[in-house]
Design a protein around this ligand. Structure first.
Ligand code: AKB
Length: 326
């Protein structure tokens, strides 16, 4: 199978590649073309499994997107390229270009080339304030950010392309994702930095209030969800985009969990207005029963299970890269 990823240099890409390779039959490994604006340096990609190659792609460039997808002719595309919520509020024009025009360009290139299937990564950011808790899949969408508005539009485009029979699109609304890899420009990043800076520096000043509560998910569950929805038979899917719930701790509950694994860690709070307002506009928990019913989705990690798995990984990563104590 030939698989193409857009935005593969971001937080999800490398973990998703590892998951796709892990799931494939040993006798039939996938060919994976990972694309991003600027592919990571060779020192970073040197450990990639065989069959993985990197190409430069700016999804805002319509001609380049069409040419690359026509050249690769993938069986499956994971469309990950996006500007996240906080960065999108400081650069809304860029967020529109990458998230809206970029998604259109990728969908059109898939249609023109005859790519059969595309997986779209949406987000809790499609929701605005005042919704039922936990929030079901189908409620009025009034996002407060450019990121959320473009993700909501991307979901609708995916539905349209599927209804027209052009590309079989399916996707998930991700909670904030937590992993050892650094994110870029998200509002949920405080949760990840409690772990990374907690281990690296023994301290972290969070940009949110201690009582902030949003849905979160550990990356191994996140990439498994992407692989599972990609594999799901079309006739099992009653919708195009599915909520994923994860777990929903308060920020100070995350800090307590980190403290259990990193004794003495000092986590403090200095709420920053822009990101706090975004976080306050999101639901605190999602209802993902449709995903469970239709394609058997179930998150495996809760907060403490994530902490037990993640802290040793961050320690190992820091030891390898020599960044401990930096
Ligand atoms: C963000 O914080 O913008 C993202 C998201 C929740 O989609 N991590």
């Amino acid at each position: 199978m030939r698989i193409l990823l857009t935005g593969a240099g971001g937080q999800i890409g490398r973990d998703l590649i590892a998951e796709l390779v892990r799931r494939a039959p040993a006798a039939d490994p996938p060919t994976i073309v990972a694309t991003d604006l600027r592919p990571p340096p060779a020192a970073v990609t040197a450990d990639d499994p065989p069959g993985v190659s990197w190409r430069g792609l700016d999804v805002v460039d319509e001609a380049a997107t069409r040419a690359l997808i026509a050249d690769v002719r993938p069986d499956l595309v994971f469309h990950l390229a996006a500007i996240l919520s906080a960065k999108g509020e400081t650069e809304p024009q860029l967020a529109y270009a990458v998230n809206q025009t970029g998604t259109w360009n990728v969908l059109e290139a898939c249609r023109a080339t005859g790519v059969p299937r595309l997986v779209f990564t949406s987000s809790i950011a499609v929701y605005g304030p005042g919704l039922p808790d936990p929030t079901p899949d189908d409620v009025p969408l009034h996002p407060t950010t450019m990121y959320g508005a473009t993700k909501a539009a991307g979901e609708l485009l995916c539905e349209y392309y599927t209804r027209r029979g052009w590309v079989d699109c399916r996707g998930v609304r991700f909670p904030g994702l937590i992993s050892a890899g650094l994110p870029g420009g998200g509002s949920s990043d405080y949760a990840l930095f409690m772990y990374v800076d907690g281990v690296r520096r023994g301290a972290y000043e969070a940009f949110c209030r201690a009582d902030t509560r949003i849905p979160l998910m550990y990356m191994p569950d996140g990439v498994r969800a992407l692989a599972e929805i990609a594999e799901a038979p079309r006739d099992r899917l009653r919708r195009c985009i599915y909520n994923l719930a994860g777990f929903s701790p308060r920020a100070d509950e995350i800090a307590a969990s980190v403290g259990r694994a990193v004794p003495g860690v000092a986590i403090t709070y200095a709420p920053e207005p822009l990101r706090q307002a975004i976080l306050d506009s999101w639901p605190s928990a999602l209802d993902d029963r449709a995903a469970a019913t239709d394609w058997g989705w179930r998150a495996r990690f809760d907060l403490d299970a994530m902490t037990d798995d993640l802290v040793p990984r961050i320690r190992a990563l820091l030891a390898r890269t020599g960044a401990a104590g930096a």
